[in-house]
Ligand binder design. Structure first.
Ligand SMILES: *Cc1c(COP(=O)(O)O)cnc(C)c1O
Length: 403
């Protein structure tokens, strides 16, 4: 509902908000959610219309997998619906503990700790490790949750500097100039709006040279990259290092919800003792952990799913390359399931997304402030569940709209 359609408001507080909302709408920045009338999958239903879904992060097509739904249901039968308390009170049940052991084993770290969401996991790591006298070096294109974590670290006296995207030379200069006793480098692995991969081996080399922690947010790599889907660090075959801290989300490729941090025993014990977004929140329902244990097995055995996903990525990119060669649209380099098609102006991007929806394809338009001004884009996200015909259909629709 837009401002003009709303009933007049008498409260001055509401009236002020309505005016701000109208300003957003005038700038093409008003947002609303659409209700899915089906489970998450390659085809979904919205307002009675069937759409091919290019909007989810369900990269392996596991979100509605019957094995996971069964594990969730059986977990609830066995362990009940709720955990009843925070982890450090009585909320840490056997399934939580089993999941953490499985995640540590799967990622090759000494220990892992689970969180209710990736947002909470990111709020835990940097602010807990970076107090007064610490210096944090963060990629400019990091996810919003990492940016919020930086803000929190600042309030605790940490010195925060953001380096230009993937600019190793600038980062090295900042590290060399820093006299902080503790340094942290913070980066996405796959950047969520561009789909490109951070230079993790070079970042780890810098972390070693300057004795810094390297915090890697692998929200879009976990389950997708590396042997058995072990993630971005495994993709680069990076050796174990006590400076490495891996965050992974469990609501994307893993298809359920929640997140984890995997690291040395010292880091994990520090988070348990001091991370406020771990301590002061109710533990997730234990059945979630049961579903995630089943998901980890599907991920581990999911080579065929990953092959299908990468075949669809290649198919889409080949088609888009032909399309962008003959238009003002741009296709940045991305090897991941996130394929941004940069349109430019907000309004043109929004119109394109709406036209695609009329043709039966849901591709979200991503606009500023989520991405830089003038770089509004379609964020096409692919899944192993997509068929070659789904990709061809999207390409044909874009072709028709490009002319
Ligand atoms: C989705 C995402 C998060 C947040 O994870 P949630 O589990 O959805 O809270 C954090 N970082 C990145 C890069 C993400 O894409």
């Amino acid at each position: 509902m837009t401002g003009s359609a709303a009933a007049p408001v008498s409260c001055t507080l509401s009236a002020a908000l309505r005016q701000e909302l109208d300003t957003l709408a005038a700038a093409g920045l008003h947002r609303q959610h659409r209700i899915l009338e089906s489970p998450c999958g390659r085809e979904i239903q919205v307002a009675g219309q069937k759409l091919i879904n290019f909007a989810s992060n369900d990269y392996l097509g596991l979100a509605a997998h019957p094995v996971l739904a069964t594990a969730l249901a059986e977990g609830a039968q066995r362990w009940g619906a709720g955990s009843g308390a925070a982890h450090l009170l009585s909320g840490h049940l056997t399934p939580h503990s089993e999941l953490e052991a499985a995640l540590a084993d799967f990622t090759g770290f000494a220990r892992a700790l689970t969180f209710s969401s990736g947002y909470l996991a990111n709020l835990a790591v940097t602010p807990t490790l970076a107090g007064r006298g610490a210096a944090v070096f963060a990629d400019k294109l990091n996810h919003a949750s990492l940016i919020d974590a930086m803000q929190l670290a600042k309030t605790q006296g940490a010195h925060v500097q953001r380096y230009p995207h993937a600019d190793l030379a600038t980062l090295e200069r900042l590290l060399a100039d820093s006299t902080a006793q503790r340094k942290l480098i913070v980066t996405d692995s796959i950047f969520s709006m561009d789909g490109d991969l951070a230079p993790l081996p070079a970042l780890l080399a810098l972390a070693r040279t300057y004795d810094a922690f390297l915090i890697v947010d692998d929200a879009h790599g976990f389950g997708v990259l590396g042997p058995q889907g072990r993630g971005s660090l495994a993709h680069f075959a990076l050796p174990a290092d006590p400076r490495l801290i891996l965050m992974g989300t469990l609501g994307k490729a893993a298809g359920v919800g929640g997140a984890f941090v995997a690291a040395s025993a010292e880091v994990i014990e520090t988070l348990i003792c001091r991370a406020r977004s771990y301590i002061f929140t109710t533990a997730s329902p234990p059945a979630i952990s049961c579903a995630l244990l089943a998901s980890l097995r599907l991920i581990e055995q999911g080579d065929a799913l990953r092959q299908a996903l990468f075949a669809r990525i290649q198919q889409l990119r080949l088609g888009l390359q032909a399309l962008t060669a003959a238009s003002a649209w741009r296709l940045p380099a991305s090897l991941s399931a996130i394929q941004p098609l940069i349109i430019g102006p907000n309004e043109a991007c929004l119109q394109l997304a709406n036209a695609l929806m009329e043709k039966g394809f849901w591709v979200p338009a991503i606009r500023p402030p989520t991405v830089p001004q003038g770089s509004a884009r379609l964020r096409i996200s692919l899944s192993a569940a997509h068929t070659p015909a789904d990709i061809d259909g999207l390409l044909a629709a874009l072709q028709a709209l490009a002319n």
